[in-house]
Design a protein. Structure first.
Length: 64
């Protein structure tokens, strides 16, 4: 299990499409019969959201 943090402008926007299961199929260099080896990885991409956010709502913006 690995957790990494990538920081930068638009990092979440660039990486959010990478979420999901990825598969790598290759010929194993360790097998004398040259069999295919399949590896899987699951990737989750989450934005880092500040928890202390002050929001001001002007009274004229509220409709009731």
């Amino acid at each position: 299990s690995v957790t990494i943090e990538i920081d930068g402008e638009y990092a979440y926007g660039y990486l959010r499409s990478e979420a999901g299961v990825h598969r790598l199929v290759r010929i194993s260099p360790f097998n004398a019969q040259a069999k295919r080896q399949t590896s899987f990885v699951s990737c989750d991409v989450m934005p880092d959201i500040e928890t202390d956010i002050d929001i001001e709502i002007r009274p004229e913006d509220i409709k009731m």
